[in-house]
Design a protein around this ligand. Sequence first.
Ligand code: PLP
Length: 425
Amino acid sequence: MSRYENMSASELKSELSAVNAKLAGLSAKGLKLDLTRGKPGAEQLALSEDMLTVLSSLDDCVCENGTDCANYGILDGIPEAKKLFSDLLGIPENRIIVEGNSSLNIMFDTIARAMLFGVYGSESPWCRQGEIKFLCPSPGYDRHFAICEAMGIKMIPVDMTPEGPDMDTVERLVSSDSSIKGIWCVPKYSNPEGYTYSAETVERFAALKTAAPDFRIFWDNAYVVHDLYEEKDTLADIFEACKKYGTEDRVFYFASTSKIAFPGNGVAIIAASENNIAQIKPILASQTIGHDKLNQMRHVKYFKNAQGVLNHMKRHADIIRPRFEAVIDAFRSELSGIATWTEPKGGYFIDLAVPCGCAKRVFNLAAENGVTLTNAGASFPYGIDPCDKHLRIAPTFPSFDNLIAALEILCLCVKAAAIEKELNK
Ligand code: PLP
């Protein structure tokens, strides 16, 4: 219940004028602040600067097995890069394909391949099976939903909970509808809420009884090593869980170094069962001779090993932890009793849940006062948040001072929208 609900109309009006007066004062400064995309800030990018010079001659570009990274060859990634990801993710090297600069690109290709050729175990390509549907835990990652929209895949929203997607709904839907071919999952520090799936949720995913024999879980572990604190969330191993139920073919696992080193310039992987990898590779071979091995080698030489990546992530955490804490401090002191928000232990986002029907108004008010937010509704399939409630906050990119200034304006906009809602009842 909003703290404004017990106020009289005249109290609300005087509160609103006080809030609007403060907003006008801040707006007069003409600030242009941005809390939209989850990008590392300049200080974070500087952490990886030495990667740019780690290869200084052609001699640095030769793999231990003699492969010349500066030339054609190797479809599925250099052995050193496979080992790095294998050690980091706990997945055997033969079940990892190291590709190019973007996991989102691999996810798009994985769906495109399924549409055109089917997946291991498909009776026919997905595009020949009539209407195809995906479950979309929401709020979720807008670009996952954009892939479905581009492919004409019907999206079915499923509520998110702090334990992961609402598994009762997932189980009911996938067991009864063979046109549901997949589900999007960001299992650790989910985008945008920062939730990590519980061990029970992971187990229930492994145990799912699906009507579609060619159902796939798109396990986008984008924030696998993106912990802010020593005391981090732990995610159960989906492949281990699937082994128990004989469902290892069900999972496509994705990760990348985008938010480890240079976003959009990293190295991305898909990991899957041996059956899936065997189905993917010949198709991939018709798509490319191989990916950018120099970049793979650059990452290997720079990080050296999995521990090198983990040490690097601690340096990121030291930079971005105070920003997450600044957001949470601002919300606690200004928005308690008005809105709710998540307090993640990692990842890149915080979800701010304002009173129902207020998210678009907050977005517009913030824009009018110099703060750009991610579109209200962006974290939902088709851009429609049924309660008009959620706003995704990305604290990493602006300077610290700009973040604080943006938060002050944002909190006032939330207050104004919540008061207006009460006055309009
Ligand atoms: N997956 C999730 C959940 C993300 O939040 C992002 C970027 O914000 C990506 C994937 C993009 O990853 P990449 O740069 O590897 O394409």
